[in-house]
Design a protein around this ligand. Structure first.
Ligand SMILES: [Zn+2]
Length: 592
């Protein structure tokens, strides 16, 4: 028997993959890798826009409390600038901190802060502080191409994908993108790349890279991935789940091959057709139809036709995540073709989604409401490692596409309630202002759930004793950043924009480890779990997860830990989505 490679990998974390109770025989080593007292400074390594909120956190874990911090510019011309400002003490989740606000410093330049004898990572104040990272983040997707040589990354690979799991027959499924620090090609994960690229194209056009390669580069990358996605549509119109996902939930397909179809090392096509994949795929083809309409009308038409076939071949509905994607699918089909029936279908799906929102205070408390339940027959609050903010994202997209519809106010009000009575109170509990993974009723597993009020509890990080996979929350934060950036514009609320940025700042270094989670930006990056190609510029790792005590953990010791250190494409996709939502222009709050 061939030796199988059982190193677990994030791709196994595809929702619905593993269910049920699970208890590790031995705790994962990463559970012990909590943050030490140094660095004490937690600050976004990229820096800040001149007009933006600028926060420096000094952690007091075993550190004496400094009263002030000093900021100086690193150029020192024509005159050295230096200012000392007072800290304010804040107590909250993750322990007490000194909080420094230097939002009044607006002059562009490169700066460094010092506090308690520690120097911060040098950082910029400049307008394009986020936008300038986009080419790097996009290049990550390019590096993940499968089925072709990527110079400097890998030679042509997997030209023999794939054989069907059920009857062994060969189907040409070359191409697409590797989804993570491994070589597999899950649809649910890699389709998020398409949404990231196309939102970037839609929101910024040629401005995304100052016109150097322009929108054409984004469309070309999208077309590469979509060639594979289109091949994943079965003759019945429905979409297969993955290539090389692993035959029995294992990692057996995660390897290089000889590129010759029909030999022993060929990888498998998983012919199952999960509901969410259908919905995401339809939404993506609807977006592709719009994106290519001007430059390649024939291709745009083909994408639309394929999307319509998938729409017609499926029963649309499901749990909260699936309903969100179906709502977005109908919205994008409406935008692509202008047909009223899709607008009406989107409205019906949105109302089904609204029925899953807890608009009253549940669990004997009066602190939070407006979160979603997991599904019609599941009153557990919706908590998702990847598609966390999708219900709100879908509702705002629909309200934007059909602003005159009788339901538009309802959809916006649902998002407003979610933001005001759930996101704001939950993010106020820590000085970092990050969105927790979710709220819960009681303690569903044997580990710490932080008391909120009444029956309600919460965790910043995924439970570790529920199932075999749990991982960092980069996509939770990225998806909420995308939602809050749009909500800021729609409701005319600048504080939502600040909050969107705080989610991304955690990823970029404003966290208890002082670690930047994107390769090629910032400092103290973890070495990624990326066993085949090593570092990928612009790649974002799963990020900070929690141990059973819900304390932040991160593999800062080169342990190859996948839970915190593996690249995964959805993080990059939501990063592109969020930054482009932030950069598309302030505008006026249309519905403030
Ligand atoms: Zn490959």
């Amino acid at each position: 028997m061939r030796r199988r490679d059982f190193i677990p990998s994030l791709a196994a974390a595809t929702p619905g993959f593993a269910r049920g109770q699970w208890r590790p025989a031995v705790p994962e080593r990463v559970e012990s890798l909590t943050a030490g007292p140094r660095p004490a400074i937690a600050l976004n390594h990229l820096g800040f826009q001149p007009g933006g909120r600028k926060i420096l956190i000094y952690r007091l874990t075993a550190n004496a409390a400094p009263k002030e911090f000093t900021l100086r510019d690193l150029v020192g011309y024509p005159r050295r600038f230096s200012v000392t400002k007072a800290f304010i003490r804040r107590d909250g989740d993750f322990g007490p901190v000194m909080l420094g606000d230097f939002s009044d410093i607006t002059a562009p330049g490169m700066y460094q802060a010092t506090a308690g004898g520690e120097r911060s990572v040098p950082f910029f104040i400049r307008q394009d502080v986020w936008k300038r990272t986009l080419p790097k983040a996009v290049s990550y997707h390019h590096a993940q191409r499968c089925g072709v040589a990527v110079p400097g990354v890998h030679e042509a690979c997997h030209l023999d994908d794939a054989r069907r799991r059920d009857n062994g027959r060969y189907v040409d499924l070359t191409g697409g993108w590797h989804d993570a620090g491994d070589l597999r090609k899950w649809m649910s994960a890699t389709m998020t790349n398409g949404f990231g690229l196309l939102h970037l194209a839609r929101n910024l056009g040629d401005r995304w890279d100052e016109g150097v390669r322009g929108v054409a580069a984004l469309l070309e990358e999208m077309r590469w991935g979509n060639r594979y996605f289109l091949k994943m549509q079965d003759s019945d119109g429905r979409i297969w789940a993955d290539v090389a996902g692993g035959v029995n939930g294992d990692n057996s397909d995660n390897h290089w091959t000889d590129n010759i179809a029909g030999t022993e090392d060929d990888r498998y096509l998983n012919v199952s057709k999960p509901g969410m994949v259908q919905a995401m795929w339809t939404a993506l083809q609807g977006m592709a139809a719009q994106a290519f309409r001007r430059t390649d009308p024939g291709y745009a038409q083909a994408c639309l036709a394929a999307g319509l076939r998938c729409w017609a071949a499926n029963q649309r509905g499901g749990n909260t995540a699936e309903l969100s994607w179906w709502t977005l699918a109908a919205t994008e089909l409406f935008r692509a073709g202008g047909k009223a029936e899709f607008g009406e279908a989107a409205a019906r799906l949105a109302d089904e989604l609204l029925a899953l929102q807890e608009t009253g205070f549940t669990g004997g408390q009066k602190m939070v409401r407006g979160f979603w339940r997991a599904g019609r027959d599941n009153r557990e609050p919706y908590a998702e490692a990847v598609y966390a903010a999708m219900p709100g994202i879908a509702l705002l997209e629909l309200a934007a596409a059909l602003p005159q519809h009788a339901g538009a106010r309802r959809w916006r009000d649902a998002v407003r309630l979610h933001a005001e009575d759930y996101v704001l109170p939950m993010t106020s509990r820590s000085p970092y202002r990050i969105m927790p993974f979710g709220v819960f009723y009681g303690a569903p597993t044997e580990e710490k759930y932080r008391p909120l009020a009444g029956e309600l509890t919460y965790r910043y990080f995924l439970p570790t004793r529920k199932r075999s996979w749990w991982l960092g929350t980069s996509s939770v934060l990225g998806s909420y950043a995308a939602l809050l950036a749009n909500a800021s514009r729609v409701f005319g609320k600048p504080e939502y924009r600040d909050l969107a940025l705080r989610q991304l700042e955690w990823i970029m270094g404003a966290n208890p480890f002082g670690a930047c989670l994107m390769t090629g930006e910032g400092m103290r990056n973890v070495f990624p779990h990326s066993r085949y190609v090593g570092l990928i510029n612009g790649g974002i790792v799963n990020g900070i997860a929690g141990n059973p005590e819900d304390e932040p953990v991160l593999d800062t010791e080169y342990g190859g830990d996948w839970r915190t250190a593996e690249y995964w494409s959805p993080h990059n996709a939501f990063y592109l989505w969020a930054v482009s939502n932030l950069e598309k222009g302030e505008g006026r709050g249309a519905f403030s």
